[in-house]
Design a protein around this ligand. Structure first.
Ligand code: ADE
Length: 243
């Protein structure tokens, strides 16, 4: 997958692209990336990239000129082009999986009050928000998006690590433990050291349901849980007798 990220502050993202799993994915040729400084495409002597908003209002907008020059130079006609903005469609795991199937992603990071609408109309295929809060830095949102997407590119992470993650099948992940078996007087649950595989699977599913009910009941809505899962849910919400 090719990633082309355009920003006024590309330095914010360098460490992210040069470290850990991303660095390995790049080294193995699974991912390639470019970080473009939009300011390099400003044509006036002060390298101006923002201006006041027509119609009035607080803050500055990113100018269309440098943005379109930078996007044209990225040279990806037809490539999926994402603008990260709190005003976009809400990002989630399914959306990340969809983007991970693209051979190339162009990602535009906003600053200030955002970008001129004509840039969005002309170049952007996806306006994406990473959550219902406002960041001062589109670069942070772009890193969140890239991180969720590139790790789903085949070969970057082992498949079985992905299978049981939170959201992959619409439930949150079960709690996990490592050595020591007793830490600060807290024991690893007996079932996990019992060696009884079927009981471990059942315990983990129950914990996933419990956590999802507690923190994200919205994920269970319309899921049509049946059989053992339904019985577990009813037990968890104290209606075991009616299962
Ligand atoms: N830029 C600022 N806030 C953002 C958000 N919540 N999502 C995406 N981009 C952003």
């Amino acid at each position: 997958m090719k990633l082309k990220v355009l920003s006024l502050f590309p330095g914010i993202m360098e460490g992210f692209f040069e470290s850990s799993i991303m660095a390995k994915a790049v080294e193995r040729g699974l991912v390639s990336y470019t970080l473009t400084d939009i300011r390099d495409y400003a044509t006036d002597k002060h390298h101006k990239c923002d201006d006041l908003v027509y119609g009035g209002g607080a803050g500055m907008l990113m100018l269309p000129g440098p943005l379109s020059a930078a996007l044209e130079a990225a040279g990806s006609p037809g490539a999926r082009t994402v603008y990260v903005t709190p005003g976009g469609r809400l990002f989630n795991q399914a959306y990340a999986a969809e983007l991970a199937r693209e051979p190339e992603l162009v990602i535009l990071c906003g600053r200030y009050e955002g970008v001129d609408q004509r840039i969005i109309d002309k170049y952007v295929s996806d306006e994406i928000s990473i959550g219902d809060y406002v960041l001062s830095s589109g670069e942070v949102a772009a890193m969140v998006l890239v991180d969720a997407v590139y790790r789903l590119v085949p070969g970057v992470i082992r498949g079985e690590s992905l299978d049981e993650e939170s959201f992959t099948d619409g439930l949150l992940e079960y709690p996990q433990y490592t050595r020591p078996a007793v830490y600060d007087n807290m024991k690893v649950p007996d079932v996990l050291v019992s060696g009884h595989h079927a009981n471990i699977v059942k315990w983990r599913m129950k914990k996933r349901l419990e956590k999802t009910l507690l923190y994200r009941p919205d994920l269970l809505q319309g899921k049509g849980l049946e059989g053992e899962l339904r019985a577990m849910i009813l037990e968890l919400i104290g209606q075991g007798g009616e299962a």
